[in-house]
Design a protein around this ligand. Structure first.
Ligand code: 15L
Length: 290
């Protein structure tokens, strides 16, 4: 049985993944906060912004699912530490520890400034919709470098929104059910001959904005589609007064602002607003795990 490290394991995606993958792999979980490991799991507390911690958690594993990081638009210093420094540390620590296979759940926000009337595939150039999206593009670029330069096996999963059910109109197009997430992650861990692949982490949604043929080529057969939830969601959703968000795939991330002015530092008001916007845009969960 393969040993798989999940960073940022306490977040929403990590929680779904642990449940779905239980018994299939030996799971090593890591996070900045203490968390309880279930039977068959092992937990190591670590801050991935520290290289020594990254070295410690990546030792002796067969594959890494690097979920840890800041997961919505937010203040640049937080994104920098978690998603740039932390991401670099995980790739570099994996290389030094001889771990070849890394799955990097990047995000729909790496390409969120594509319009909703476009269908995009895995070959489009990045169009991030936020500083958060830029940090995901950094991870994609780093993965490409480590694949080409060091022969690592890198699987990029541009995740839409993982939830038991789609939660709004935008998410009808980007929803990823937990069992479809687990199927994609298993492909990323077990498919032989991966060098560098990008796939979209979405279910088989009728309203998808993605041509996910690269995932299909690798064997992905989604079991879920958001369509049965569409009528109720559309009936209850109020019209948006943000035409930019409405026109683009990244939605509210395209206009979200949580960027303190240089030297000003976040004020309490900005912080409260940021938390509200982040959870509205993120749907659920905490901004940072791992
Ligand atoms: C993401 O990339 C975030 O990690 C997640 O919290 C959601 O906000 C998701 O995108 C989304 O677009 O719904």
């Amino acid at each position: 049985m393969k040993t798989v490290l999940i960073t940022g394991a306490s977040g929403d995606v990590g929680t779904h993944l642990r449940r779905e993958l239980a018994g299939k792999y030996k799971l090593v979980l890591s996070d900045r906060r203490p968390m309880k490991a279930a039977k068959g799991e092992k937990f190591i507390r670590a801050d991935i912004a520290k290289m020594a911690d990254a070295r410690k958690i990546t030792k002796g594993v067969d594959a890494i699912v690097h979920l840890g990081g800041y997961s919505v638009e937010g203040p640049w210093p937080a994104i920098l530490q978690a998603n740039i420094v932390g991401c670099y540390n995980i790739f570099e620590a994996a290389r030094r520890n001889g771990v070849k296979r890394i799955l990097f759940p990047t995000s729909n926000h790496a390409v969120g400034f594509y319009r909703r009337d476009q269908t995009i595939d895995h070959r489009v150039y990045p169009k991030p919709d936020s500083r958060y999206g830029v940090s995901k593009v950094f991870g994609e670029a780093l993965g490409s470098l480590y694949a080409d330069k060091y022969g690592m096996e890198v699987f990029m999963l541009r995740i839409g929104n993982v939830n038991p059910k789609p939660i709004d109109k935008r998410r009808l197009s980007i929803w990823l059910s937990p069992r479809d997430l687990a199927q994609l992650v298993s492909i990323g861990i077990d498919h032989p001959g991966i060098r560098f692949e990008i796939v979209y982490g979405v279910s088989g949604n009728k309203r998808s904005w993605y041509d996910n043929s690269n995932a299909t080529r690798l064997g992905y057969r989604p079991q879920d589609d958001s369509e049965p939830f569409a009528e109720e969601i559309l009936r209850n959703e109020k019209p948006s007064n943000d035409p930019i968000a409405e026109a683009h795939q990244g939605g509210a991330f395209c206009t979200a602002e949580d960027v303190p002015l240089p030297g000003a530092g976040p004020t309490p008001r900005r912080r409260a607003g940021a938390r509200r916007r982040a959870s509205a845009a993120g749907g659920a969960g905490r901004a940072r795990s791992g």
